[in-house]
Write a protein that binds this ligand. Structure first.
Ligand SMILES: [Zn+2]
Ligand SMILES: [Zn+2]
Length: 755
């Protein structure tokens, strides 16, 4: 018999081997196989082949498992992703399998992902024999340690949740060990016929009842919940547009509880793992500690393993899994409910390496495949999802009412042109913005200053000759970080100490240009010396648990002013925040990206939504050179739909997503000339095989990263078809490039729906 094996190699095919293990093969088991010059690679059996392959196949080295470790639905997901994202099945497998799955050659078994069972102990007697307990102790005589172990068993049994049967409960060995019992004494009691042992799944019957702690919904929330339930009953995905502060989370919790009542799991994806600390506390209160699991890259391997094992157990209590996009790869056969929170966030998109997938879109596919309810939630949905809602593919549910007494924020434009002319500026702040912050502090409230650039200053420029310090390996200026006194490249991460003199003219006339959060923090501390200032960006939250600490300070009211990047827009709940100042709004509006306006609208609306969430209306000040910009006016009006409709019209007129599907081919080479030549050659090949339609090549705005030159080709494909032939042709053209004598070392990266 032969098996088709998925191997962790970036090749668009699977591999056939002879199955000569003693037991019959099953899809989903892990194997070691010889591969090329590598003696041993670990792979996963995808299917069983009953006919001999055309080419002679080698035998497998060994079967690692006797039972499948990968669920059928997981294999189906890998298949779909490899096909849709035009990448190798092996690349998907590598992204999907956590480290604990990987078994090295020569490693000793057993390699089973444990089935989660644990040793349990119980007294052999029946409840009706309770009178004999005293004589059992008598039987032990002077075996003091064994008597103590038995006593501990009975003590644990007394407090253990009551069982209906006639026996004393099974107590997990771990619980007895925690009370100082040595397993040697348990074994001795077993030999004397007093205790018996069994491998059992730890009872989950004592997990708290989920219904008991659900918060009561407002009439608006209740109506929205019912709309979601009705749509799910028809098998329709739901887009929930709930303005910030409308209490979407409460609806999520009710849906999760509903799935739990049916014995099904809920997967809730969140865009920013650093912010899960805050959400975790709220959810734990609602569903109970044993029911909530967190799964992302910063969770330890053993914790991830625990979650994986809990999910494969046939009888496990249903869980709510709070996860980053990697949670989509979990064994989710019993999934009832899939929620994507802040579905518009770009962090759902995996950039590098392959598979370059959009987590939201994978969630849509997975929910349909598993027949689970799908809910996409956001205050500012992506245009892709909104378009599906407009065409009726998704049910559109709106939650326009803020929960409780809070009211929407008032947004005011502050013209930089005007205040600069009047000389009413304090550093980067207009005078009204400074006054608003001061007033907020007087009232004992908090203020937020938003600047979407980290570091101190994005340019270090010589005032004598105009030289701006670049990265040595990338075509981009380096950012000065004052805290670490270093120049850092935000593209390759390279860091160096700034030199005293300009390398171009040898003078010392450096000036920091532009505005990063470190510099904003410095100005804020000068303007408000009494205030407690906290900076939240990816630098300040890099240390483990830093964000948990920050959330703690915020919740205790120990912060007066928050200076932050887009991180604060991703669902951070700051109590008592009533003023937000957006410093350089024009930066976000001018990005060279067809999504720039959509993103800017989402970002500013999310920032505005942080304010006035409790008892007083929030005030938001947008500092801009273009106060009449339609995007800013839409933020001011708080009118998502008007903005989205307008942007969709533009996209349709100019053939951009969601009306076409974009595919980007990134050509990479260490020599600029080769990258450019290869891009032109590939464009020609593609135009020939596809009959035209290839855009480019063009160089991206940062055309060299880590000393590799980049060129882009773009394809706009129809959205309503799977396009297997087109994708195959593109793949063939890309693969053939490697056989061209001039382009052997050129790398081509295919990105479907790039973001
Ligand atoms: Zn100079
Ligand atoms: Zn660099």
């Amino acid at each position: 018999m032969w098996v088709e094996v998925i191997l962790p190699v970036p090749v668009h095919s699977t591999f056939t081997y002879v199955w000569d293990a003693a037991h019959p093969p099953v899809p989903g088991v892990r194997v070691h196989v010889p591969f090329g010059r590598q003696r041993c690679l670990m792979g996963v059996v995808r299917s069983i082949l009953h006919e001999a392959p055309a080419m002679q196949a080698k035998p497998i080295l060994r079967a690692i498992d006797t039972h499948p470790r990968i669920q059928t639905q997981q294999l189906a997901l890998w298949d779909w992703m490899a096909h849709y994202y035009n990448c190798a099945l092996g690349e998907v497998m590598q992204a999907a399998l956590p480290a604990f799955f990987k078994v090295d050659e020569g490693e000793e078994g057993p390699f089973t992902i444990s089935d989660g069972s644990l040793a349990h102990w119980r007294w052999v007697g029946r409840r009706s024999d309770e009178g004999q307990i005293a004589s059992v102790f008598g039987q032990l005589g002077r075996a003091v340690k064994q008597s103590e172990a038995l006593l501990q068993y009975f003590q644990s049994a007394l407090t253990w949740p009551e069982r209906s049967d006639d026996f004393y409960p099974w107590i997990p060995q771990t619980a007895l060990q925690a009370n100082g019992v040595d397993t040697a004494h348990l074994r001795a009691l077993q030999e004397k016929g007093i205790l018996e042992k069994s491998m059992r799944w730890e009872s989950e019957e004592h997990l708290p009842d989920v219904d008991a702690v659900l918060a009561e919904l407002s009439p608006a929330q209740q109506a929205a919940l019912e709309e979601v339930q009705d749509a799910w009953a028809e098998g329709k995905p739901v887009l929930l547009r709930g303005i910030t502060g409308s209490g979407k989370t409460e609806i999520y919790v009710h849906l999760a509880a509903q799935a739990m009542a049916l014995g099904q799991h809920t997967l809730m994806l969140v865009p920013e793992i650093a912010l899960t600390a805050q959400l975790y506390r709220r959810l734990e209160k609602a569903v109970g500690p044993g029911r909530l699991a967190v799964y992302h890259s910063q969770v330890s391997d053993s914790q991830r393993r625990d979650i994986w094992e809990a999910l494969v157990r046939p009888d496990s209590a249903p869980r709510l899994i709070l996860a980053a996009r990697s949670g989509l790869f979990l064994p989710l056969e019993r999934l009832g409910c899939l929620i994507v929170d802040e579905e518009h966030e770009t962090s759902y998109k995996q950039q590098d390496p392959a598979p370059r997938y959009q987590g939201r879109d994978v969630a849509v596919w997975l929910a349909r495949h598993l027949d689970a309810g799908l809910l996409l939630g956001s205050a500012t949905p992506s245009l892709e999802s909104y378009q599906h809602a407009k065409t009726g593919k998704y049910q559109y549910v709106r939650l326009d009412e803020r929960f409780g007494t809070s009211v929407p924020p008032q947004v005011e434009m502050l013209s930089l042109v005007k205040y600069q002319a009047l000389q009413h500026m304090e550093g980067p702040f207009t005078r009204p913005a400074v006054e608003a912050i001061a007033q907020s502090l007087d009232q004992g409230k908090q203020a937020l200053v938003f600047q979407n650039r980290r570091g101190y200053s994005p340019f270090l420029t010589c005032m004598a000759c105009g030289w701006t310090e670049p990265c040595t390996d990338c075509d981009v200026a380096v950012t000065y970080h004052k805290e670490s006194k270093s120049l850092r490249c935000h593209y390759c991460g390279q860091s160096r100490t700034p030199s005293a003199q300009c390398p171009a003219c040898q003078k010392s006339a450096w000036q920091w240009r532009g505005l990063g959060t470190e510099r904003v923090q410095e100005t804020v501390e000068e303007l408000f010396p009494q205030a407690r200032v906290l900076r939240i960006d990816s630098d300040s939250t890099r240390k483990k648990a830093a964000m948990t600490q920050f959330v703690d300070w915020l919740e205790k009211g120990e912060v007066d002013i928050v200076v932050g990047t887009q991180m604060v827009g991703k669902g951070l709940d700051i109590q008592g925040l009533n003023v937000a100042v957006i410093l350089q709004a024009d930066n976000a509006l001018q990005l060279p990206d067809f999504r720039a306006h959509e993103r800017a609208f989402q970002l500013f609306t999310q920032v505005a939504g942080r304010t006035g969430r409790r008892d007083s209306p929030g005030r938001v000040y947008i500092q801009t050179a273009t106060p009449e910009h339609p995007v800013l006016l839409a933020v001011q009006a708080g009118d998502y739909e008007a903005m989205a409709d307008q942007l969709l019209q533009d996209r349709q007129a100019h053939h951009y997503p969601p009306f076409v599907r974009m595919m980007r081919l990134e050509i990479r080479h260490r020599r600029e000339y080769v990258a450019s030549q290869a891009a032109h050659y590939l464009a020609g090949q593609l135009n020939q095989t596809l009959g035209g339609g290839v855009l480019g090549p063009d160089a991206p705005s940062v055309a060299r990263v880590k000393n590799v030159y980049l060129q882009h080709l773009w394809l706009k494909l129809p959205v309503d078809r799977g396009l297997p032939t087109t994708k195959k042709r593109i793949r063939q053209s890309v693969d053939q490039l490697a056989f061209h004598p001039d382009f052997k070392s050129v790398k081509v990266v295919v990105d479907i729906d790039p973001a």
